[in-house]
Design a protein around this ligand. Structure first.
Ligand code: GLU
Length: 330
C-alpha cells in the first residue's frame, strides 16, 4: 500500500464515534488556556482549532473537528527519537547519556541529574537534545532526512516540516542553545552540538495533523507496526521502553496527575497536540493549542480524562469494565 493511502476510512455511526462527537461538542466551548508564544511563530495558531481522532490498533478511525489542520509536532517527537536511539545504540549506551527519572521540573529546565550530570529523562529538552545528538553522531548531515523518513513510516504517510516554525525557533531558542552547550561541557553530546541542535529544531517543526498523531499512537499501541500500512516502525522491546517513559514523564510536570487521572502513556507538545496510547487497543490524537500552565493542551487533557473514565482505559482500572468494554464495542 502506498504511503499516501494508509489513512483508514472513518467509521461513522459507531458507538465510539458517538462518544467522540459528544466529547467534541462538550469541550468545544471551553476557552481556558493560552497559546504558546515563546516560539514567535507558534503564536499564530488559531486558538479555536480543536480536533480529536482515535485509531484502533487494527486501523479503524473515529474523529471529530479539525483533524486535517497542520501544526508542528514539537515535544511529541521526543519519545519517537528516543525509540530510534534505543534501536541504534541499545538501552545501556543511551542510559549513559540520559536517565529515566521524572524531573519534577519544567520541560526546558537547565538542571541535570546530581552525580551523573545526565539529563533526567528523554522527554525534557535536555534529554531530547542529547538523544538527537546521539543520532546526529551516527547520521551526520543526513540525520533530519533519516528522521523525517522514520516519522513518515510511523504516521503512515509522507510528512513535511514547517520551515517558518523551524526558523522562528532557531532564531529565538537561546535557552535550548544554552542547554546544548551545557551538555557539551559534560561530554554528553559530541562536538557538533550546534548542528545537532539544528536537527532538534527541525524535528520539532515536523508538520502533521491530529489524525497523524492518532495513527502514530496507534502504531505504538499495535506493538510498533502501523495499523493500516502494516509496516514495522519499532520492535516491541523499544515500544515498551518508549511507553514506560511516556507514562512517567510524558506530560511535563503534570505527568503524575495524568498517570493518576488518565492512567495511560501520553505525550504532549507546546503547539497543542497530545498523543495517548492505550496498549494493544487505541491511539488517540488531540489538537487544541490553548495550553494550561504546565504546557499541556487544556481541551486535550479534558477530553482524555473523560474518555479514559468513560471507557475505563486506566491501566489499573480493575473495578470497572476496563478494556473489556473496548473489546465489546470494537
Ligand atoms: N521545540 C520546543 C522547545 O524545545 C518543544 C517544547 C515542547 O513541545 O515541549 O522548546
Amino acid at each position: 500500500m502506498s504511503m499516501s493511502d494508509t489513512s483508514s476510512a472513518i467509521a461513522r455511526g459507531h458507538e465510539l464515534q458517538v462518544l467522540i462527537d459528544e466529547l467534541y461538542e462538550k469541550y468545544l466551548p471551553h476557552t481556558a488556556g493560552e497559546v504558546a508564544t515563546y516560539i514567535p511563530e507558534l503564536a499564530k495558531a488559531d486558538p479555536e482549532a480543536f480536533g480529536v481522532c482515535v485509531v484502533t490498533a487494527d486501523g479503524r478511525r473515529f474523529e471529530a473537528g479539525d483533524c486535517d489542520r497542520l501544526f508542528t509536532i514539537q515535544s511529541i517527537s521526543k519519545p519517537f527519537t528516543y525509540g530510534m536511539a534505543l534501536e541504534e545504540f541499545g538501552p545501556a549506551k543511551v542510559f549513559e547519556h540520559v536517565g529515566v527519572e521524572p524531573s519534577g521540573d519544567t520541560f526546558n529546565s537547565i538542571e541535570l541529574q546530581n552525580g551523573s550530570n545526565r539529563p533526567f529523562n528523554p522527554m525534557i529538552n535536555s534529554g531530547a537534545i542529547t538523544v538527537t545528538a546521539l543520532l546526529h553522531a551516527r547520521y551526520g548531515h543526513k540525520t533530519f532526512e533519516y528522521l523525517l523518513d522514520r516519522f513518515s513510516v510511523i504516521a503512515g504517510r509522507q510528512l513535511t516540516f514547517d520551515r517558518a516554525v523551524y526558523e522562528s525557533e532557531r532564531r529565538t531558542g537561546h535557552r535550548n542553545r544554552a542547554i546544548a552547550h551545557l551538555l557539551l561541557n559534560f561530554g554528553l553530546v559530541h562536538a557538533e552540538a550546534e548542528a545537532a541542535l539544528d536537527v532538534y529544531f527541525k524535528q520539532c517543526a515536523i508538520a502533521l495533523t491530529c489524525r497523524d498523531l492518532a495513527m502514530m499512537a496507534a502504531t505504538l499501541s499495535n506493538m510498533g507496526r502501523h495499523p493500516v500500512s502494516g509496516r514495522s516502525a519499532y520492535s516491541i522491546t523499544h515500544v515498551k521502553d518508549m511507553l514506560s517513559i511516556m507514562f512517567t514523564c510524558g506530560m511535563y510536570d503534570y505527568s503524575g496527575q495524568w498517570a493518576y487521572r488518565v492512567g495511560v502513556p501520553a505525550k504532549s507538545g507546546v503547539s497543542g497536540g497530545v498523543i495517548t496510547v492505550v496498549n494493544r487497543q487505541l491511539g488517540i490524537g488531540t489538537y487544541s493549542p490553548r495550553l494550561d500552565p504546565y504546557g499541556n493542551s487544556c481541551r486535550g487533557t479534558e477530553v482524555c480524562v473523560e474518555m479514559a473514565s468513560r471507557l475505563g482505559l486506566h491501566v489499573f482500572d480493575c473495578l470497572n469494565v476496563g478494556s473489556s468494554f473496548l473489546d465489546a464495542i470494537l
